[in-house]
Write a protein that binds this ligand. Structure first.
Ligand code: SF4
Length: 209
């Protein structure tokens, strides 16, 4: 299943995608203090960001309960390093890719439930596997999160937390996956990952790099 997801991420426009064992993910509770400094303006203003997203220790424990992950990155071109609009546009494209990948995972699982004999069912997906999809930054599904307007989340099936919210050191994760954290001047790079519990990782083959 994870190799299938890796290929799907590339097909959908990811720059790089790799499968890793979860033991290669570095977790650091100190990322929570960065969220609390509220440099991005989302702290307390987005259901998928702290403090609403949950306690850092519990979230890190949850990550440790998974077996493997497929990490991917997207790279957007910018006019220059001040191109805020370009960064937002690249973030939007990253989020669209993440949502398509999530829909793909759900479709595959539904196919398995509907008909285990179906030709389209991936034989690598173990029964009872569970998935967690994490994106970049705060949830970007709505232009203004319902947290701000005091309503319940409008799209709980699409809402997505970030890698950083779970205390994941994305820079070290990129190194583990053999990816660059930054991909050159006038570009912006975003990361996402799909975690799976109940499956086995397939390490990347050398020629794919
Ligand atoms: S889906 Fe909308 S309301 Fe729900 S967390 Fe995301 S931005 Fe907020």
């Amino acid at each position: 299943m994870m190799e299938l997801l890796r290929r799907k991420a590339l097909e959908l426009g990811a720059f790089r995608a790799e499968v890793l064992d979860v033991s290669r993910v570095s977790l650091d509770a100190s990322f929570r203090s960065l969220c609390e400094s509220n440099a991005c303006g989302n702290y307390g203003r987005n259901y998928m960001c702290p403090p609403d997203a949950g306690g850092i220790e519990e979230l890190m424990e949850e990550i440790r309960s998974y077996d493997c992950l497929m990490v991917y990155q997207t790279v957007g071109e910018l006019e220059d390093s001040y191109d805020f609009e370009g960064m937002m546009e690249a973030g939007k494209r990253h989020n669209e890719l993440a949502q398509k990948l999530r829909a793909f995972t759900r479709e595959r699982r539904k196919e398995r439930q509907d008909g285990p004999e179906s030709e389209t069912v991936c034989p690598e997906e173990p029964e009872g596997a569970s998935f967690l999809h994490l994106g970049a930054g705060g949830c970007r599904v709505c232009s203004v999160c319902a947290k701000v307007t005091g309503e319940p989340c409008r799209h709980p099936d699409m809402a997505m937390r970030s890698l950083e919210t779970y205390g994941i050191n994305v820079s070290l994760l990129a190194q583990e996956a053999g990816m660059r954290y930054i991909n050159g001047q006038n570009t912006v790079t975003y990361f996402g990952a799909v975690f799976m519990r109940g499956g086995r990782p397939q390490e990347p083959e050398k020629e794919r790099r």
